[in-house]
Design a protein around this ligand. Structure first.
Ligand code: MEV
Length: 311
């Protein structure tokens, strides 16, 4: 038996890190994807021709464990998402793998895949929110919130946190991402913010303030008020740098991008990785990013979340 699934990367527009503590966040699925193919015709479990190892294949290994599959599998992955760049490569590999593993025995159930993929990220990263995995599973745009709103998709609970995922239409904006080339790992950054959050009232206030920004951004999106969205992005960036997850190279790219944007901020875990800008002049923003040593991506949003493809 052989199955193949594809899942998109994502760009977080608002709320990263604070969302881990139950605050709201908004993300959009983008037209860069990971495809996973799983076949049962093998004697040992291999990933891209190598024996599976926790060190290299943690998300896939944890996905197999969570799906409760104990037969050997031959797994191939193909991705056009750069890893460690804040564009959701680990969520896309987890969701596409989980899609294949579940599809070996049943029809794909979005809600179940979103929940299981979140659990995998939580295990591997030592803490997470469902923003990346829910966006990669569903596609379009996702608003996570601590209360149930219109266009509700699913609820995910973990320890004392509870998130409600909602479908949102794709925002009518040009998205440019700039990769700093500084590889960043989500797990250590999430843990760094957690230790600040647990020790400091100040950090907890910053996290709450980010949550307030996301609520305002959600209204600004409904009103299609791009100036307001840009201001809120800049404000979100200021708070993320206070949380200690920005990086000098991110600041450089953000400064350049802002000349031609409504607003710009880091996207994803930070600490390197990528920034995102919302703009009417994507080419100019891309030029600025390139001239400052970054790699620009003029991304398009996609309605397609997890899909099965011909194996
Ligand atoms: C990473 O893309 C986003 C973080 O908020 C972690 C998470 O939500 O799992 C930093």
């Amino acid at each position: 038996m052989r199955v193949s699934c594809s899942a998109p990367g994502k760009v977080i527009l608002f709320g990263e890190h604070a969302v881990v503590y139950g605050e709201p966040a908004m993300a959009v699925a983008v037209n860069k994807r990971t495809t996973c193919t799983v076949s049962t015709e093998t004697k040992n479990t291999k990933v891209n021709g190598r024996n599976i190892q926790e060190r290299y294949h943690s998300y896939i290994l944890h996905s197999i464990e969570r799906a409760g599959i104990d037969m050997p599998l031959n797994i191939e992955t193909n991705s056009d998402l750069p890893s460690g760049a804040g564009m959701g490569s680990s969520a896309a590999v987890t969701v596409s793998t989980m899609g294949c593993l579940k599809n070996l025995s049943a029809e794909i159930d979005e809600k179940e895949i979103a929940r299981d993929s979140f659990e995998v990220e939580w295990d591997v990263q030592g803490g997470a929110s469902p923003i990346d995995t829910s966006t990669s599973t569903h596609g379009s745009s996702i608003l996570l919130s601590n209360q149930r709103l219109s266009d509700f998709l699913w609820k995910i609970e973990k320890e004392k946190e509870r998130w409600y995922a909602h479908h949102r239409d794709i925002p009518a904006v040009n998205i440019v991402v700039g990769d700093t080339g500084v590889h960043s790992r989500t797990g250590p950054l999430v843990r760094k913010v957690r230790s600040f959050y647990e020790k400091s009232n100040f950090a907890r206030d910053i996290v709450k303030e980010i949550g307030e920004i996301v609520k305002k951004a959600s209204t600004a999106f409904s009103d299609e008020n791009l100036e307001r969205i840009g201001e809120l992005m800049d404000e979100n960036q200021r708070l993320l740098s206070i949380l200690g997850v920005s990086h000098p190279k991110l600041e450089r790219l953000i400064k350049g991008a802002r000349k031609y944007s409504y607003g710009a901020k880091l996207t994803g875990a930070g600490g390197g990785g990528s920034m995102v800008a919302i703009t009417e002049r994507p080419e100019k923003v891309a030029e600025e990013i390139e001239s400052r040593g970054g790699t620009p991506y003029m991304l398009e949003s996609t309605p397609d979340g997890l899909i099965t493809v011909d194996a």
